[in-house]
Design a protein around this ligand. Structure first.
Ligand code: PLP
Length: 395
């Protein structure tokens, strides 16, 4: 048999972690890596954070799972916390980011359905976006690498240029249900939207009774330096998808909505076997115990300022390779003048983990609680790697 037991859909690297501690991962043979990838923006408190670990251990010993057919004191408590900290009035818990986006899409469609506006079923989405890998979320993109071979895609999505309000407005017609947008594109190359763009979408939604959906799966949960990136922009969505950092590594997502937006989400319209089970809620609460306060968020912003300044100071020394730095909070991107994938692989061989993204970007997504010495180690490692790196000839 030629196929591997793990379905071979990932280009898995030579890094084979078996243990983590804070901002470090350790491989099978004891190799040490500085983890500035954080499981792609997931391990926001690093590996083995004592408070999160203890909360999961205690809850695992108490009650792991019950059906959503029963009352959920654990889910009610975490949902209440989320609603108190955000624009939302209600929350549906999921196990992943894509399920949170899927719930957001369904919530928007149901809103128009129950208001007898059934023709309003199409969401306007944006180029280079990434919303996950279900049929609905790949249908929300136009990237060949995600959609090739999966036709027929679902109808009900129209893709236009990101951060271009004119294009978004021009795409609207009587079937428009709303907009689905990442305030900071992640996979697309760490591209923060402009405030004018997001505010413009908000205004169009208010004017035409449409739903504004923010996908904060990657940029949410303190990564931007605010609890959610929309709070940085001062533009409030009707519906928002959250995941990744929310469980600190435990599979957890959430679809948050206003009472108005959730008008159609009544009994029987949606569900999940595992979503919001007591173990997941314990993980989420423990993460929020640490991150959902002004002191932690201020610390993220200060760390971001220092890391960004260090990157900006360093990149002109290697201007054969580096182009620019961009991003928000600790969701930073270093744009290269050549393909970022090859350099990200090279960094791995030097014990530094980052993530490649679109537009030749190296994503820098450290745990949010890193310290000064981690920044120094990263910058020194990046600089030394850049000095030794031979840029591959363009194909
Ligand atoms: N939305 C965004 C913005 C993401 O970055 C991702 C994952 O990278 C997803 C949705 C999908 O999340 P998941 O892989 O947890 O399903």
């Amino acid at each position: 048999m030629a196929i591997t037991p793990l379905m071979p859909v990932y280009p898995r690297s030579e890094v084979r972690p078996v243990r983590g501690e804070g901002a470090y991962l350790y491989g099978e043979n004891g190799e040490k890596y500085l983890d500035f990838a954080s499981g792609i923006a997931v391990n926001i408190l690093g590996h083995g954070h004592p408070h999160v670990t203890k909360a999961i251990q205690d809850q695992a010993a108490t009650l792991v799972h019950v059906s959503n057919l029963y009352g959920s004191p654990q889910g009610e408590a975490f949902a209440k916390r989320l609603t108190e900290l955000t624009f939302a009035d209600t929350v549906f818990f999921t196990n992943s980011g894509v399920e949170a986006v899927e719930c957001a899409i369904k919530t928007a469609r149901r809103y128009h359905h129950v208001h007898d506006q059934r023709h309003k079923h199409t969401l306007i989405t944006f180029k280079q976006a990434f919303h996950g890998r279900t049929m609905a979320t790949i249908s929300a993109t136009d990237q060949p690498k995600m959609i090739d071979g999966f036709s027929p895609l679902l109808p009900g999505f129209k893709v236009v240029e990101f951060d271009n309000l004119k294009a978004a407005r021009a795409a609207m017609d009587e079937n428009t249900a709303g907009f689905l947008v990442e305030p900071v594109q992640g996979e697309g190359g760490i591209r923060p939207a402009s405030r004018e763009f997001l505010q413009g979408l908000r205004d169009l939604c208010d004017e035409h009774d449409l739903m504004l959906i923010f996908d904060e799966v990657q940029c949410g949960v303190a990564r931007s330096g605010q609890l959610y990136a929309y709070q940085h922009y001062g533009v409030t969505p009707d519906i928002m998808a959250s995941a990744k950092g929310i469980g600190g590594g435990f599979p957890l997502g959430a679809c948050l909505a206003t009472e108005k937006a959730a008008a159609g989400m009544v009994i029987g319209t949606h569900g999940s076997t595992y979503g919001g089970n007591p173990l997941a809620m314990a993980a989420g609460q423990a993460v929020f115990d640490v991150v959902a306060n002004d002191e932690f968020l201020a610390q993220v912003r200060a760390t971001s300022d220092r890391l960004r300044a260090a990157l900006e100071q360093m990149i002109p020394n290697h201007d054969h390779l580096f182009d620019s730095v961009r991003g928000l909070g600790l969701m930073l991107g270093v744009r290269l003048k050549s393909d970022s994938r090859a350099f990200v692989s090279y960094l791995r061989t030097r014990g530094i983990l980052t993530v490649a993204a679109g537009d030749n970007v190296v994503r820098v997504l450290p745990p949010l609680n890193i310290e000064e010495h981690h920044i120094r180690e990263f910058i020194d490692g990046l600089s030394a790697a850049a000095a030794d790196y031979e840029v591959p000839e363009a194909a």
